[in-house]
Design a protein around this ligand. Structure first.
Ligand code: ATP
Ligand code: MG
Length: 384
């Protein structure tokens, strides 16, 4: 049987339609994602206080009271209400006046290592600590955009992505920022057409000698760095022009790395490729670049895999203090959640094993906590 390009195009249409249908079912009825809701104990945990303190504070009436069910036995808070509580109790963790957003890129040229999941959970985790995040989807696959319940193929136009900056049609990223279902997280979405940046950027460099193809996102973000506490960028699994832009815009870099021999080997190439390129840029173009932190995050760790222990040792020996002191377990929690286009933080009440959920949740919370520390240090240092 011969398969023509037209057959593949037909196949593409069917596949896109199927994704839309699946999403429609999963996020039914209105095909829009909804954020989790929080009971009083969960709000207390987020505020790092005792549940009795929530009850007491409610009598003061200065924070949102949430909604009490008909029998009066249960109080429930929306995400936005819960965040107001958190902001009241964690005001010390807030960004000081004069400090700007810290920009963090998540990258690894290897596919499927959980880059996108890391971006999403980190943004959600930080927002639940009261912070305001902008997430930027720089991957033409648009997985991050999909996690927000938005279909990159049909619901995002080319001019609503980074492409307009790359083309020079826009100078600042503001045009591409949209609100999301998650209070405290705004999104710059991706579409498959982001791929054109791989031609646009080098061709502009040829025509405009002053142009800095690596600096487009960095410049574009400049105008919004006062509006957010953190900007987190998701990158494609390749050393592409958009990946270079993402790294050059960032002060922090997180490299998710599962403890498997193949992933470890390809991570070695990551550092070689990236440093070669960065040296070339700094040498020829005089671009300056340094990072506040580079962290390796052990991701998708399969506890039952004996070889993982060996590879973990290699990773420790190679990356030493860069390895974050936490491991993200390989977990069925996300897959089993009612919204499969979601993460651990999208779940209000886990239907499965409580221990499994707690283990996953604690790991993501710990990553959030560690990165929050880096952000706080950055604010203290950069404060003007
Ligand atoms: N801790 C985990 N346990 C189990 N599955 C996970 C975990 N983290 C991520 N996954 C799953 O692994 C797959 C790849 O994750 P993700 O999309 O985050 O990786 P990625 O590095 O962004 O991939 P790509 O290179 O394609 O952009 C997804 O199906 C995701 O749901
Ligand atoms: Mg991804």
């Amino acid at each position: 049987m011969t398969i023509t390009i037209n057959d593949i195009a037909d196949q593409a249409v069917r596949a896109t339609r199927m994704v839309a249908q699946v999403r429609g079912r999963m996020l039914a009825p209105e095909a829009v994602k909804s954020p989790p809701r929080f009971n009083a104990s969960q709000v207390a945990a987020l505020c790092e206080i005792d549940k009795n303190q929530v009850t007491y504070r409610l009598t003061k009436g200065d924070l949102p009271p949430g909604q009490v069910n008909a029998s009066g036995s249960r109080r429930e808070f929306t995400l936005s209400e819960a965040r107001q509580w958190v902001q009241a109790y964690r005001s010390k963790a807030a960004r000081p006046k004069g400090a700007r957003a810290m920009t963090i890129a998540v990258g690894n040229f290897k596919g499927g290592v959980s880059k996108t999941t890391t971006v999403m959970t980190l943004a959600q985790g930080l927002s639940l600590r009261g912070h305001r995040a902008l997430v930027v989807d720089m991957d033409p696959q648009g997985s991050l955009t999909t996690l927000f319940g938005i279909l990159p193929d049909t619901e995002v136009r080319e001019e609503e992505t980074f492409t307009a900056l790359a083309a020079g049609d826009e100078q600042t990223i503001d045009y591409a920022i949209r609100k999301t279902y998650w209070d405290g997280i705004d999104l710059v979405p991706a579409a498959p057409s982001l791929f054109t940046c791989e031609f646009l950027l080098p061709s502009r460099q040829m025509k405009e000698p002053e142009f800095e193809f690596w600096n487009v996102l960095n410049r574009g973000l400049e105008s919004v760095r006062d509006d957010y506490d953190v900007i987190i960028i998701d990158t494609p699994p390749a050393l592409s022009y958009v990946t270079v832009n993402s790294f050059m815009a960032a002060e922090g870099l997180i490299v998710p790395l599962p403890p498997s021999a193949l992933d470890f080997a390809s991570s070695a190439q990551f550092w070689t490729l990236f440093s070669d390129l960065a040296l070339q840029l700094t040498g020829q173009a005089g671009a300056q670049k340094s990072f506040e932190f580079i962290n390796v995050l052990l991701s998708r760790v399969d506890q039952s895999d004996v070889s993982a222990g060996v590879v973990r040792n290699w990773i420790g020996a190679t990356y030493a203090e860069k390895v974050l002191p936490v491991e993200i377990p390989k977990t069925a929690v996300t897959a089993a959640s009612s919204a499969e286009f979601g993460t651990v933080y999208d779940i209000s009440k886990y239907e499965g094993n409580v221990k499994t959920y707690r283990r996953a949740r604690e790991a993501y919370d710990r990553v959030t906590e560690l990165i929050e520390q880096s952000i706080t240090e950055y604010w203290a240092k950069e404060r003007v």
